[in-house]
Design a protein around this ligand. Structure first.
Ligand SMILES: [Zn+2]
Length: 92
């Protein structure tokens, strides 16, 4: 989760005019929301990844081991990928 207060310090926005801070806070709240929205990809025992947004993907086993290896965001809905490999599902 993005810590707005910490980011303000880190990026030097602390102490800047109120108008700037307002814009900064707005951008940060949008980033926070985007960060919290995830698309969960679950792997089946056949190695097919079913996405939360309703797609199925199969990966070349030599290229990527899990969806987030090849890209951070879902190619269908654009949300951040949270992958749940098959072995993890088994232990739940
Ligand atoms: Zn998706």
């Amino acid at each position: 989760m993005i810590d707005i207060e910490k980011e303000r310090e880190r990026t030097g926005y602390s102490g800047k005019p109120q108008q700037w801070q307002f814009g900064f806070d707005l951008a940060m709240s949008i980033a926070q929301k985007a960060e919290s929205e995830k698309c969960v990809w679950r792997e089946t025992e056949d190695g097919i990844w079913g996405t939360e947004c309703g797609r199925d993907y199969v990966f070349d086993s030599y290229a990527a081991q899990k969806p987030s290896d090849s890209g951070q965001y879902c190619s269908n809905c654009g949300k951040k990928i949270e992958d749940v490999p098959f072995e993890d599902i088994e232990h739940e």
